[in-house]
Ligand binder design. Structure first.
Ligand SMILES: Cc1cc2nc3c(=O)[nH]c(=O)nc-3n(C[C@H](O)[C@H](O)[C@H](O)COP(=O)(O)O)c2cc1C
Length: 283
């Protein structure tokens, strides 16, 4: 076709310093490049989506406590049940498909987004989705781990992660941050595996039921009062540390997963009260 155009208009026979030829060649080059780039973007889109999903699964598995030796991501992830809860009631919902539900997208979609007031928005996220994903690791019928997505503002950026709780819905069994733009070596230490491991066994809520877990300035020692609710602050990164405290308290609190977690805890104490009663009656 180009040759035909060329034969008809003699475009390519024009001298190289001709302004029409210069602009024409540049325009043609732009057209060819944009076709290649948009074609590549369209072709690669399914791979990008699949990789993003794989990455998400890897991050969930990282805090799941599941033994990954010799298992593919798909195999290991099949041990996790994905559910969606209505944040206001804390109940499971089938209003959306748990497998395809994208909480990050939903939090920006006016059909799902719930705006947070200044007082509520301690994590500085502006709003959140009315539905949220929860990932359950089960041992038989019992839930052994509850994995929850968390996010909130640090110093420079929104930090995205997952927190895993034991079946009691109060003891931390893992935390990971997989996306942020904090400074490497300062706020970026939220990725430090040793620091992340220091969360294991810490408690979220105290006897009042309020989330009190917090990062302190310095390190936690056995002598630190209420050490079970305290995490080492990140050296030279108090602002990111405060962001982590705020986001964890938000997501564990009444405007986050609080209603759901309270229901799990209530069920647990009911079950253990029943077990105690049965033991007493049998004894
Ligand atoms: C280039 C640069 C990058 C910084 N990045 C971070 C960061 O990612 N997170 C953070 O909390 N503080 C960061 N800070 C330090 C903060 O400005 C602030 O001094 C610090 O949070 C105070 O923590 P400290 O009381 O533990 O020293 C950075 C400072 C500079 C100069």
């Amino acid at each position: 076709m180009i040759l035909n155009i060329n034969k008809q208009c003699g475009f390519f026979h024009l001298p190289n310093d001709n302004i029409v030829k210069t602009i024409g060649v540049a325009a043609l080059l732009c057209l060819v490049c944009s076709v290649i780039v948009s074609g590549a973007a369209t072709l690669l889109k399914p791979t990008q989506v699949a990789n993003a999903l794989l990455d998400k699964k890897n991050n969930i598995l990282a805090v799941s406590g599941i033994d990954l030796t010799g298992k593919s991501v798909a195999d290991a992830f099949s041990q996790i049940e994905t559910k969606v809860i209505d944040m206001a009631t804390g109940e499971f919902t089938d209003a959306v498909d748990p497998v395809t539900f994208d909480q990050r997208k939903a939090s920006k979609d006016s059909d799902y987004r719930v705006e947070l007031s200044g007082d509520q928005d301690v994590a500085q996220i502006g709003g959140r989705s009315k539905y949220a994903s929860v990932y359950l690791v089960k041992e038989g019928d019992a839930v052994s781990k509850i994995i929850l997505p968390i996010k909130g503002y640090g110093l420079w950026s929104t930090l995205y992660g997952f927190i895993a709780l034991e079946g009691d819905a109060n003891t931390v069994s893992g935390i990971t941050f997989y996306e942020h733009k904090e400074t490497p070596g300062l706020g970026g230490e939220i990725e430090n595996k040793k620091w992340q491991a220091s969360w294991d066994g810490k408690k979220i809520v105290d006897a009042s039921g309020q989330p009190v877990i917090q990062l302190i300035k310095g390190t936690v020692s056995p002598e630190t009062p209420r050490a079970e609710y305290k995490i080492d602050g990140l050296a030279g990164a108090t602002l990111t540390s405060n962001g982590v405290t705020n986001l964890v308290q938000f997501w564990m609190g009444e405007d986050g997963f609080g209603p759901y977690l309270e229901k799990v805890r209530a069920k647990q104490s009911q079950a253990s009260a029943m077990a105690d009663k049965n033991t007493l009656e049998q004894g």
